[in-house]
Design a protein around this ligand. Structure first.
Ligand SMILES: NC(=O)c1ccc[n+]([C@@H]2O[C@H](COP(=O)([O-])OP(=O)(O)OC[C@H]3O[C@@H](n4cnc5c(N)ncnc54)[C@H](O)[C@@H]3O)[C@@H](O)[C@H]2O)c1
Length: 436
């Protein structure tokens, strides 16, 4: 099929490359000039495992091309929309890029086209877009929200948990299904608003699971219980499951924070007070403050202290720093007078302008830890977890504090090396283990 993908970001570029590899002829539209120039040269502008190779391969074989604008005439095409839908200050979703694309589509449609919305848009958006732009036009509209995870996006494209197709007619649903020819997973075919809601409800639920386990962890600290064991015991219940039960500095990224806020906003706007989502957001904000509080307590104050933050990306495997807890924590510490160094294997360039002015950037964990009185882990990159902690200790200064904001470090080992270790809801050593 001839497929046009609008937006070459974490979703659109992965979709473009994977669909090109699947045998579709793909044109990807990207309006950011700098990104477009890189893409045309086969340079992947984002860090995503496996993407660089399939981008180059698809370009060389002529299966994929990049352009700045949608063509002047659209007929017989499938158009996948994957542009950004960020938060606006009120919490509402900023749909300006979506409107821009829809206006251009409505001008250029000459014959039947299928528009597949992969951007996350609030429930009711599809219905509104159809009414505003496509009445009397040969446009079939599909909401097919994307669930891929950054850091394993290519794998997720080929191995999704489910495919959701929201549309008003069966013929369009079967056409949309042909976009994923070899993927054998459950397919949910529903109406447009329900498809849109599946995405918001899924992200809000996962965010709530994280905030829930963080609250349990905070309480564990008061009763001398251990969150790792508690989460292990909870997660073995098939109704709960082991995922998203890791306590830490809270969730971040380009989806959970903005989608939780948007759900809260649209519920309020519709006259429904979704109290649970409000608490989830509030707990997540507090969780960052608790990390700063732990550092303050262990160092006896922040002012003038040399602190190294490990990790800027909102999670390992990506260079995405949007709403990363590390950036918020860096600002909180900087305001209190900390002398900060930050280390991340891939995200330093992307974070640059969002960081406090006086922060030192370093790719190398040993160099970054030189003279630090405290280290704070905020992204659980394997290279941090498996670093040479003995050398790090040798380069640091007393009191050798480690605040593990991701509960991912070997606390016993760090204890033996002479660090003052503190996790989130974690005891220093734990008596419980899983016996087979
Ligand atoms: N990133 C994720 O993990 C993820 C997962 C599922 C869903 N989503 C949703 O998918 C959508 C895209 O997310 P993303 O992370 O890929 O965003 P992104 O910001 O990385 O990419 C969006 C791209 O669209 C481009 N763009 C914006 N307006 C355009 C226009 N008018 N014409 C052409 N290009 C345009 C931008 O320059 C950018 O490169 C969002 O709605 C997001 O909520 C994201």
């Amino acid at each position: 099929m001839n497929v046009i993908v609008v937006g070459a970001g974490y979703v659109g570029l992965v979709a473009s490359c994977c669909m090109a590899q699947d045998g579709h002829q793909v044109t990807c539209i990207e309006n950011n000039r700098e990104k477009l120039d890189m893409l045309k040269k086969g340079i992947c502008p984002i860090y995503e495992k496996g993407l660089q190779d399939i981008l180059m391969d698809s370009l060389v074989k002529g299966w994929l091309s990049f352009k700045a604008e949608l063509p002047d005439v659209l007929q017989g095409d499938i158009i996948i929309v994957a542009v950004s839908t960020p938060s606006s200050p009120s919490g509402a979703t900023d749909l300006s890029s979506i409107h821009e694309v829809m206006a251009r589509l409505s001008e250029t449609v000459q014959g039947p086209v299928v528009v597949v919305m992969k951007s996350t848009v609030p429930p009711g958006t599809g219905r509104m877009l159809k009414a505003n732009y496509f009445v009397g036009k040969p446009v079939s509209y599909v909401s097919s929200p994307e669930f891929l995870r950054e850091g394993q996006a290519v794998f997720d494209w080929y191995n999704p948990s489910r495919i959701v197709i929201g549309t008003e007619d069966a013929a369009t649903a079967s056409l949309a299904r042909r976009l994923y020819p070899d993927i054998d997973v459950p397919v949910v075919i529903t109406d447009i608003s329900s498809a849109e809601m599946i995405k918001y409800a899924s992200n809000a639920f996962l965010a709530t699971k994280i905030s829930f386990v963080n609250e349990v962890a905070n309480f564990c600290e008061l009763i001398d219980a251990d969150i790792d064991d508690v989460a292990l015991g909870m997660g073995l219940d098939g109704r709960i499951g082991p995922h998203f039960l890791k306590a830490g500095a809270g969730y971040g990224g380009s989806c959970f924070p903005k989608d939780a806020r948007a759900l809260d906003y649209y519920c309020m706007n519709t006259g429904y007070d979704f109290q649970l989502i409000k608490s989830c957001i509030e707990v997540n904000t507090q969780q960052r403050l608790l990390i700063v509080q732990k550092l303050r307590r262990m160092l006896g104050g922040i002012d003038g202290k040399k602190i190294t933050l490990l990790g800027l990306a909102f999670k390992p495997g990506t260079d995405d720093v949007r709403e990363s807890p590390a950036i918020g924590i860096a600002h909180l510490l900087s305001k209190e007078g900390a002398r900060l160094t930050v280390c991340d294997p891939v995200a330093l360039d992307k974070a640059g302008s969002q960081l406090p002015d006086n922060i030192v950037l370093n790719h190398d964990i040993i160099a970054a830890s030189r003279g630090a009185q405290a280290i704070c882990l905020l992204t659980e990159w394997p290279q941090f977890i498996h670093a040479d902690w003995k050398s790090i200790r040798d380069y640091m200064s007393a009191p050798y504090v480690v605040v593990d904001g991701r509960n991912s470090l070997d606390r016993q080992k760090l204890d033996l090396l002479g660090f003052m270790y503190c996790g989130v809801g974690r005891k220093l050593s734990s008596p419980v283990s899983l016996c087979q």
